[in-house]
Design a protein around this ligand. Sequence first.
Ligand SMILES: *Cc1c(COP(=O)(O)O)cnc(C)c1O
Length: 415
Amino acid sequence: MTTASALLDRYEHSLLGVFGRPKLVLERGAGDYVWDVDGTRYLDLLGGLAVNSLGHAHPEVAAAIAAQAGRLMHTSNFFTTPGQVALAERLLTLAQAPADSAVFFANSGTEAIEAAIKLARRTGRSGLLATQGAFHGRTTGALALTHKPAYREPFAPLLPDVLPHIPYHDSRALAAAFAEHGDSIGAFIVEPIQGEAGVLPGDDSYLQLARELTTKHGALLIVDEIQTGIGRTGRWFGFQRAGITPDAITVAKGLGGGFPIGALITFGPAVTGMLTAGQHGTTFGGNPLACAAGLAVLTVIERDGVLQHVQQVGAKLRDGVLGLPGGRVAEVRGEGLLLGIGLTSLTAPAIAARAQDAGYIVNAVREDTIRLAPSLLLEPAHAEDFLGALPGLLSESSEAAGPVGGQGTPSPPQD
Ligand SMILES: *Cc1c(COP(=O)(O)O)cnc(C)c1O
């Protein structure tokens, strides 16, 4: 019995089963790679679900956290810290927020969404509009906005006045929802690219129409940048491509480079003034450690031209995948280093399992889609390594997978 299988057996007797049996027991990481407890190395093309924005064990992030831990680890929000103020200011600048915008720090994506829901309630309207395929989190407020019935239905009834989810990237459905319910909608909440739905991009005109309709009907436009923000798409935030100014955005995943942090950013004085002293709070949010991690991440992305790197390596991956012979790839969706490889068959889970056996971590986000969300610093040589392995991973019979430079033997399809 390997160390990993023994630990997984203990896991099953000590951890709540909501995640199923984990795929690996990981022990350490460096840059684009992680190692499991048995010493097997993997090229991590999932990045902890778009979280490890600078890869694993980035020396500057690790040093910033260690230094902060030795200086001041927690204060409560009765007090602030230099790092907290600095991080808020950096985020406002990078989001191109107008004067009198503000940041509320939370610890996770779903908490940022909860803050956004409370912001929307302050419009005086309780109606919330979200899209089919949307993922906004798992706490009960955010869950009401998340679309997938299997996530929501066991916990009904959820937050009231959430309108039926409208098809994503469907201008007519959006216009119809506002025509019918415009007076009662406090906010429309939307992802610039739907991540969990399979990396589905909404084009600029969709976000522009959302801006137009929400303004016209007096609703807030809240853009969920939890997966798309902090450079993931090759821009600081996904909404910036559309040239709009939202009323608020939510940020989390990539901001801390692996350290838990979330944020709601309110745009402009009217929206920012809607939540006043005492109306919201958190014990840990804006914690000095989290802010130190966030500042280190933003510093490296800015200083080292990482947005450009994301565009270049993202294009390399996209072009490489699209150039593969064999007709197994239908399309590549997404932007920058948030990419969905759309397959011509429902083989994504089997391919992801085969990839893991060959030393590559990818995610079967849908039966027909492999999602890639690697480190924003992904080395071009590592992208090439994966592209070289991909034909073997995509080919139907595992024998045909051939040598792909990894460890272990190919496993049979999972489904
Ligand atoms: C992951 C995610 C969330 C939830 O974030 P958690 O930190 O898991 O609570 C919300 N919205 C989007 C778009 C996400 O990708």
